[in-house]
Write a protein that binds this ligand. Structure first.
Ligand SMILES: Nc1nc2c(c(=O)[nH]1)N[C@H]1C(S)=C(S)[C@@H](COP(=O)(O)O)O[C@H]1N2
Ligand SMILES: [Mo]
Length: 314
């Protein structure tokens, strides 16, 4: 049996985005634009209409180029540049998401129907467990709106999510070295899933999602580490048991079910007290800012965890 020992890499060991981008510039403008054109998702992006969201965030947006070229999406490879370089063959349409389990009205939602949900602009702070962060203008709708339609039963306590498995279109899923067991799976408690901050995103920066960011539909849970925000979702299952999650299955000592952003709980291999805001301060900037409890969303979500020991439930 294969023993998986995948891991995240601390930001201190990752080429900072600014340096990575400046190296890329050596390619020359013409080669770079050709490379980008071949990078898939962005070429297919379509404009998306959305209404201003209820949650405002007055922080400088992370440049779109950084949001769409510095990614984690292991189905396309483990390097930050792999998702944008290797996702050109991925086909986000046609698509559907099956929602079933402990619900009164199980349903398979076609993408066209999902795109008709009340879309909002939702600019959120995002914090990767590796110690970097971004401010991303998502377009999406509350997950609660979808859950309402399937009528969760009283016995449903958790929601699990599953990413598509498509080795022919996702190079990280074929070959000898596969960094994670597939499908990538994630989960939330039902009250976390229903929280108004939790959205299913279908776009960013006013356009449909690029493949590297989880086209055509992905979860966004801004008070949790980035790996909870599962991409390219094909199934949502309501259950009475705490769902399996990919990173906890892979390394339970380092990644727990809750994974709330918490500067007071260190990752076993590095501190979580500070973060590097990607794309900020120009080339070679490695300055770090303090990480906020619940990624700054404590006023909204801390009550979900009243009475819980968040060091034990990391
Ligand atoms: N299916 C899937 N979803 C995933 C991942 C992945 O490897 N596969 N990586 C996660 C991690 S670690 C992060 S930080 C975010 C990154 O999202 P972004 O690339 O859109 O910024 O996606 C998360 N969702
Ligand atoms: Mo992450």
């Amino acid at each position: 049996m294969a023993v998986y020992r995948p891991t995240h890499i601390p930001a201190s060991e990752i080429t900072p985005h600014s340096i990575y981008m400046s190296r890329r510039n050596f390619m020359g403008a013409a080669a770079a634009s050709l490379a980008l054109a071949g990078a898939g998702g962005s070429a297919l992006a379509a404009p998306l209409q959305a209404t201003p969201g209820a949650y405002k965030l007055d922080e400088k947006l992370t440049p779109k180029e950084a949001v769409t070229s510095y990614n984690n999406f292991y189905e396309f490879g483990t390097d930050k540049s792999d998702p944008s370089s290797n996702s050109g063959d991925f086909k986000p349409t046609p698509w559907s998401v099956k929602v079933d389990g402990l619900v009164g009205k199980p349903k398979e939602f076609g993408l066209e129907e999902l795109m008709k949900m009340p879309l909002e602009d939702r600019t959120y702070r995002m914090r990767c467990v590796e110690g970097w962060s971004m401010v991303i203008p998502w377009i999406g709708f509350p997950l609660a709106a979808l859950l309402d339609q399937v009528e969760p039963q009283g016995s449903a306590k958790y929601v699990s999510f599953e990413t598509v498995v498509r080795p022919s279109e996702m190079p990280g899923q074929k070959g000898l070295f596969q960094p994670l067991p597939w499908p990538y799976v994630e989960g939330l408690r039902l009250d976390e899933a229903r929280h108004p901050l939790t959205i299913l995103a279908v776009g960013l920066y006013g356009e449909t999602l690029p493949n590297q960011n989880g086209a055509p539909i992905r979860l966004v849970v801004p008070w949790k580490y980035g790996f909870k925000s599962i991409k390219s979702i094909v199934r949502i299952l309501l259950t009475d048991k705490q769902p399996e999650t990919t990173w906890k299955n892979s390394n339970a000592r380092e990644y727990g079910f809750y994974s709330n952003v918490n500067p007071a709980v260190d990752h076993p291999r590095w501190s979580q007290a500070t973060e590097q805001r990607i794309g900020e301060g120009g080339f070679f900037n490695t300055a770090r800012r303090p990480t906020l409890p619940f990624n700054g969303y404590g006023d909204e979500v801390a009550s979900l965890y009243a009475g819980m020991d968040l060091k034990a439930n990391y």
